[in-house]
Design a protein around this ligand. Structure first.
Ligand code: XMP
Length: 510
């Protein structure tokens, strides 16, 4: 796909992905690559600009990450951030040393706003600093274009060679006008045209899928999650009824979910095969209490069902996978496709006869996938849905899974989600759900004793789901949810709220 490209070279800083997102928010496509990327490869990528990220090292340490100095002679503008700024200074003959006064956090900074980087911005504002080292002496041809009380080079430039360094972090929200500085680099220096918008992306992607597939047959395993749903909508627009989507209803979905998925795609021209496999999954799960065993059973059975359906369709030319950009980088750029093709659909490539994998979302972050889904006209409840584990509710019914327990959980979970949405709290908590514990306790209802299940509610805030904090859901909402669940759902007489973060707990209970 032909669009302008910005290369972010990763030096191990914590904000790398954030930098990439910010660039894309400016409607410019970019990718993060390791700092060791060879110069020939960088030349081939033909970037309009290069950004060096921050990193934990000191440039004067022997084993700290370095760059090939030839990168500065490519004629491509370079912006170094934090460590990246120091590395640029060091490589080009400046002096970087341990700062007499370190700076961390919000720092008042003075700018030369007649420069390209700070054009149109106030001469004084707050930036987010986080550094021990500083540029003590500028390399030849550079001038300082911003400073703080303790840092004489908060930003530097060599306008002629189009090389820039910023000591603070423009990518974090605490830096006032930070995104505008990045935008200035992209538009004022690199000549960005802003050709990365979801509308354009959708059009180009549809055209290229159409060209690739020709009149071939395409298969997609639709889970109802955001990624596979958006991939389905995109490929459907490209090749219509040459696409077959198989949705395996394992009976472990949330309330109304299967119908919603079916309804969402009712107007799409592709063939939609819903396999009602509830009984076979529940039969396999009967009597099983070990969480890992439960996961394995669901994964294996899913493959069986898909295999059987695949055989009915016969050989297909392409298999579509909803792999997204974070999946690619998490597995290491290069061989990620292979790893993920197994992950995503539980080993399908070994069982289904197809020629090639298509991954139309491979370049997109999650929020971009959601934006694309909206662009393609998918309903908001599908596009904005929270993550839902592949094994479904089977890992939210603790211990043995039965249809009765699943139904209790479905009703309770539905009320929880409904109330969160009603209060408009769904943007503040990133994942929230109910768990049916296998603990029962004594309660009293009306005049009688009850001996029923304890339900746990879980809500977390997180950026990456690797760590998470428990969400401070207002008592008012929790109270309403609790009263409704006990009154409206049978067999629950006690409700608890999970107040552990991850770590030490995990988000799911099993
Ligand atoms: P944990 O419980 O490990 O969950 O803190 C982190 C995130 O991953 C989701 N999750 C899964 N997703 N298959 C999936 O597709 C799984 O087996 C699975 N287990 C957990 C979980 O919902 C949370 O968003």
């Amino acid at each position: 796909m032909a669009h302008q490209f910005v290369l972010v070279l990763d030096f191990g800083g914590q904000y790398n992905q954030l930098i990439a997102r910010r660039v894309r928010e400016c409607d410019v496509y970019c990718e993060v690559h390791p700092y060791k990327t060879p110069i020939e490869k960088i030349r081939e990528m033909n970037p309009i600009g290069i950004i060096f990220t921050g990193g934990p090292n000191s440039v004067y340490e022997e084993n700290s990450p370095k760059v090939d100095p030839a990168i500065f002679d490519l004629g491509v503008p370079v912006l170094g951030l934090c460590y990246g700024c120091q590395l640029m200074a060091h490589t080009l003959g400046g002096v970087v040393s341990s700062a007499p006064a370190r700076e961390f956090g919000k720092t008042e900074t003075l700018f030369n706003n007649s420069t390209q980087l700070f054009k149109g911005l106030p001469a004084k504002s707050i930036t987010w600093m986080s550094h021990n080292d500083y540029v003590e002496k500028l390399p030849e041809g550079f001038v300082s274009v911003a400073h703080t009380q303790d840092c004489p080079v908060a930003a530097m430039e060599n306008k002629e060679r189009r090389l820039f360094g910023i000591q603070f972090h423009p990518e974090v929200n605490h830096t006032v006008n930070g995104v505008k500085m990045l935008r200035n680099f992209l538009y004022e220096v690199c000549g960005a045209t802003g050709d990365w918008t979801m509308g354009d992306y959708a059009k180009t992607a549809i055209a290229s899928i159409r060209e690739k597939v020709g009149d071939g047959k395409v298969l997609l395993a639709l889970s109802g999650g955001v990624d596979s749903s958006v991939a389905a909508a995109l490929v459907s627009k490209a090749v219509g009824d040459q696409l077959t989507c198989i949705y395996v209803d394992h009976g472990l979905m949330r309330k109304n979910e299967s119908d919603e998925i079916e309804r969402a795609f009712a107007d799409e021209p592709f063939k939609f095969i819903k396999v009602d496999a509830e009984k076979r999954f529940l039969d396999k799960l009967a009597g099983v209490t070990d969480p890992e065993r439960k996961r394995k059973i669901v994964g294996e059975e899913f493959i069986r069902v898909f295999e059987e359906e695949g055989k009915k369709i016969g050989s297909v030319d392409y298999l579509v996978q909803g792999t997204i950009y974070p999946d690619v980088i998490e597995s290491g750029v290069g061989d990620a496709a292979v790893i993920k093709s197994h992950h995503n659909v539980g080993g399908l490539p070994d069982y289904v006869d197809f020629k090639e994998i298509i991954e139309p979302l491979r370049q997109l972050f999650k929020d971009e996938v959601r934006a694309l889904g909206r662009e393609l006209g998918l309903p908001e409840y599908l596009v904005s849905r929270q993550p839902f584990p592949g094994p479904g509710l089977c890992i939210r019914v603790l211990g043995e899974v039965t249809k009765d327990k699943l139904d209790i959980l479905r009703d309770a979970d539905y009320i929880f989600r409904e109330e969160i949405a009603k209060y408009g709290y769904d943007k503040d908590v990133h994942q929230y759900f109910a768990v049916l514990t296998n603990m029962r306790s004594v309660g009293v209802m009306g005049d009688g004793r009850t001996y029923d299940y304890t339900l746990a509610l879980r809500g977390v805030t997180t950026t990456d789901f690797m760590t998470a904090d428990w969400a401070r859901i207002p008592y008012e909402i929790l109270d309403k949810v609790s009263v409704r669940i006990v009154n409206e759902v049978g067999h629950i007489n006690r409700i608890v709220y999970d107040i552990t973060s991850k770590p030490p707990a995990t988000i799911e209970w099993e």
